[in-house]
Design a protein around this ligand. Structure first.
Ligand code: AMP
Ligand code: ZN
Length: 475
């Protein structure tokens, strides 16, 4: 497997240090709002990386955290007049639902930052012992001039770094590289912890360094990933913290996913901008459903662009993806009706060739777009073989197996199947409506009873009245 390593700016062969288990950390959602489809581009790309590494035969130990304490979560919980934990809980739950809907494999560790404050305090104390910190007004800062390698990930120009200047906010620009805050002094109304430090709360960056070291064991870990915006300051600071505290390399590989972009409307020239909550241009999975699309289609859209290229999202791109997915599922359905006959040797050769090309693309810096291309090329060729009467039933199993093997990495077909198996309306809703319809009929309100039946019918659910009561089935 070859991966582009942001640390070296080169594609390099990747294998876990122990040859068996990949220990990887991927930055998770900041749970101050529901994740949008830009966030999920990064999460899906890193899920495919995980699956590709499993495909290579490695075991995985992955952390994907929840940032449930930082500037934004605190600001939003104060606005909502809710305790921090309560405010963030709803977005943790929404993330879990959205992640499952998009077919993300479960990860080994999904920690909330606020459950690991002791590890953060421990790392800050190690940084103090190693002379990397100073305290001002109750807040503890990282003195970046004590870490000569500061800037190695983001490739900062040291001449531009303002020595001694401080920054308290979690996010800031590259040309504003400053001493950053590790632990923020207590402020009225904000949550705080002690953990052997003055009362306060962790800065965003320390959270990931500390949870990675605590949960994944001895440094260096094999791989660290996130969206491209995290290179600076977040990942640069994570390196300074973890390496300053342990005197060991933090992560051998750094993988960054480019942004999902969205077209800017009402502009003369076509242009696009990053999808981001702060720009107010976000869609989430509910918006995707409201446009009539399923999460499997979005997953396809994500995979159809290489993870290091910007993805220009639009509803027409979704419509094209749905067409492509349909071609794929229609082809697989044709396999059920092949004419009887023994396997054609030409099929095995074709499948082998496609499998080799598929694996090759995945192993070349996770080129999922090219891998999808191979899959559709195969669909075209096999459709022609069916039309020409050259694909007998004896080939069906090996063809299906090949597509299933591709799907272990892509996770699109299995997701589509899960979507189809689920009734289009939640079972609780169907049962409630059947109950309401019965009540309407009992009070001779037949118009209402009929409206309920038609409503369910339009959503793909048929009602059947039997002597034993009303039964429902999918249309
Ligand atoms: P946040 O919740 O802001 O910490 O972001 C969670 C993850 O989503 C991070 O890895 C970000 O880099 C990533 N991310 C944020 N916006 C986008 C976007 N428009 N496209 C792709 N990834 C994004
Ligand atoms: Zn992080």
């Amino acid at each position: 497997m070859r991966l582009f390593n942001t640390l070296t700016r080169r594609e390099e062969p990747f294998a876990p240090a122990d040859g068996k288990t990949v220990r990887m950390y991927t930055c998770g959602l900041t749970v101050y709002a529901r994740g949008h489809i830009g966030n999920f581009r990064t999460f899906v790309a890193l899920d495919v990386l995980r699956r590709a590494l499993e495909f290579e035969g490695y075991a995985i130990r992955q952390v994907r955290n929840y940032t449930d304490v930082d500037d934004r979560t605190i600001a939003e919980s104060l606005k909502a007049r809710k305790p921090l934990r309560e405010h963030t809980q709803q977005f943790v739950e929404a993330f879990e639902r959205d992640a499952a809907a998009l077919g993300l494999e479960p990860v080994e560790y999904a920690p909330r930052a606020t459950d690991h404050i002791a590890a953060m305090a421990g790392m800050i104390q190690a940084l103090e012992r190693n002379g990397h910190t100073y305290t001002t007004d109750g807040s503890i800062y990282y003195k970046i001039s004590t870490f000569p390698e500061y800037g190695k990930l983001a490739r900062l120009d040291h001449a531009g770094i303002k020595s001694g200047a401080r920054v308290d906010s979690d996010k800031y620009e590259k040309d504003d590289a400053r001493d950053f805050v590790l632990w923020k002094a207590i402020k009225p109304g904000e949550p705080s912890w002690e953990a052997g430090l003055p009362p306060g709360r962790p800065g965003w960056h320390i959270e990931c360094s500390a949870m990675a070291a605590e949960l994944l064991g001895e440094l260096p870990i094999d791989l660290h990933g996130g969206g491209i915006d995290l290179i600076f300051p977040h990942h640069e600071n994570e390196i300074a913290q973890a390496e300053g505290a342990t005197n060991r390399q933090f992560s051998r590989f750094w993988v960054h996913v480019e942004h999902l972009m969205i077209e800017i409307e009402a502009e003369e020239l076509p242009s696009s901008e990053k999808m981001s909550k702060s720009l107010g241009n976000v869609y989430n999975l509910e918006d995707v459903a409201a446009q009539g699309f399923r999460p499997s289609t979005l997953r396809y859209v994500y995979l159809n662009t290489h993870y290091r290229k910007q993805l220009k999202f639009s509803w027409s791109v979704m419509a094209q993806a749905e067409e492509a997915l349909k071609r794929l599922t229609d082809f697989l359905a044709r396999l059920d009706a092949l004419p009887a006959g023994d396997a054609n040797p030409a099929t095995a050769a074709r499948l082998d060739e496609a499998s080799a090309a598929f694996a090759d693309h995945i192993r070349t810096d996770l080129n999922t777009a090219a891998a999808l291309g191979v899959m559709f090329e195969l669909v075209r060729a096999l459709n022609s073989a069916i039309d020409a009467g050259e694909l007998p039933a004896g080939d069906a199993a090996s063809v299906r197996d090949t597509f299933e093997r591709f799907d272990r990495v892509l996770g699109i077909l299995s997701l589509r199947r899960a979507e189809e198996a689920r009734p289009p309306v939640p079972v609780e809703d169907i049962e409630r409506l059947i109950h309401e319809r019965r009540a309407a009929r009992a009070s001779r309100n037949f118009a209402e009873a009929d409206r309920i039946r038609k409503d369910l019918d339009s959503r793909g659910i048929l009602l059947e009245d039997t002597t034993a009561g009303t039964r429902w089935k999918r249309k």
